[in-house]
Design a protein around this ligand. Structure first.
Ligand code: NAI
Length: 285
């Protein structure tokens, strides 16, 4: 099936990144969020980031203008779903919220529309079970920042059809991404691994093994990680990371118990880059 119009549901860190990359790849994109403030920020993000990319020569002025014209915004899920060929959901990592969103999408999207979730950890089968089109549901797991990260993990639910997998694979490739196919299991490949490394780093920090800077430096220079686990957690958002850990802890057990320092930081509102402070402080957000 040929995909032209994409709806992105949830316009936070990931939703706006997915929309940005999809618009530059030539898709018509409608961005949705329940919060009009978030939508306004997403719009400003598009304009600022596209201008930066044009200034640096990554895209031409023509591409920037075209991509901005491909983007539209709404607070209404039915409005976003009604003309979409593909919906990519990027709302908070809470199963009940995702299920509510998928029920609405299923009700309002055309019959041919594929419904994808950008969940980091959760079961696409469970999410798909809230619809009457489980064959057209799948997880498309993008990475942050979306325009820079090469991978999209594709996770089939129990009833996901081969045609759905093939179509979203082509969409990801048109967005300049490579894909891996992963069988459904909590945390897939990447989140399961990344959460453990991050959690261990947080426990080391809490135990006084080394400073945040030195833990990150050790992994970057000693183990060749492109980013340290603590700076990466700040980029992901500590609230999002905590939800991922809690889900993995519930489904995979003790090894995934969230580090107490992560829990404490989230309680304090230290959410990483998006709030200006996490394991590090950020002046220019
Ligand atoms: P975020 O908190 O930045 O954004 C979530 C957005 O969803 C918020 O703007 C919120 O207003 C909106 N929202 C909440 N309920 C909604 C509803 N019922 N309808 C429409 N919008 C609603 O979260 P983030 O980090 O963008 O995560 C979104 C999803 O992407 C989660 O499932 C997360 O696990 C996943 N993810 C996150 C990554 C990251 O690095 N932050 C990486 C890969 C996946």
């Amino acid at each position: 099936m040929s995909i032209q119009r994409i709806a992105v549901i949830g316009s936070g860190t990931m939703g706006r990144g997915i929309a940005y990359t999809a618009a530059l790849a030539g898709f018509e994109v409608m961005l949705q969020d329940i919060s009009s403030d978030v939508l306004e920020k997403a719009k400003q993000y598009m304009e600022k980031e596209m201008a930066k990319s044009a200034e640096r020569g990554f895209i031409t002025d023509g591409q920037r203008e075209e991509a901005l014209q491909y983007l539209s915004y709404t607070t209404d899920i039915p409005d976003a779903a009604k003309n979409a060929d593909l919906v990519i959901e990027a709302v908070v990592e809470v199963m009940e919220v995702k299920i509510e969103v998928f029920k609405l999408l299923d009700m309002h999207a055309p019959e041919h529309t594929i419904l994808a979730t950008n969940t980091s950890t959760m079961s696409p089968t469970e999410i798909a079970a809230s619809t009457v089109r489980p064959d057209k549901c799948i997880a498309m797991h993008f990475f942050n920042p979306v325009h820079k990260m090469k991978l999209v993990e594709l996770i089939r639910g129990l009833d996901t059809s081969d045609a759905t997998v093939e179509t979203v694979k082509q969409v990801a490739e048109k967005m300049g991404k490579e894909t891996v196919e992963v069988n459904e299991f909590p945390g897939f490949v990447t989140s399961r691994m990344n959460c453990l490394i991050g959690n261990e780093a947080m426990n080391m920090l809490m135990g006084g093994v080394a400073s945040a800077q030195d833990i990150d430096k050790a992994l970057k220079l000693g183990l060749n990680h492109p980013m340290g686990p603590l700076e990466l957690a700040d980029l992901v958002g500590l609230d999002s990371r905590l939800r991922n850990m809690e889900y993995l802890y519930r489904h995979l057990g003790e090894k995934y118990r969230p580090s107490p320092i992560l829990v404490k930081y989230v309680k304090a509102g230290r959410l990483g880059r998006k709030s200006g402070r996490g394991f590090y402080e950020y002046i220019d957000r």
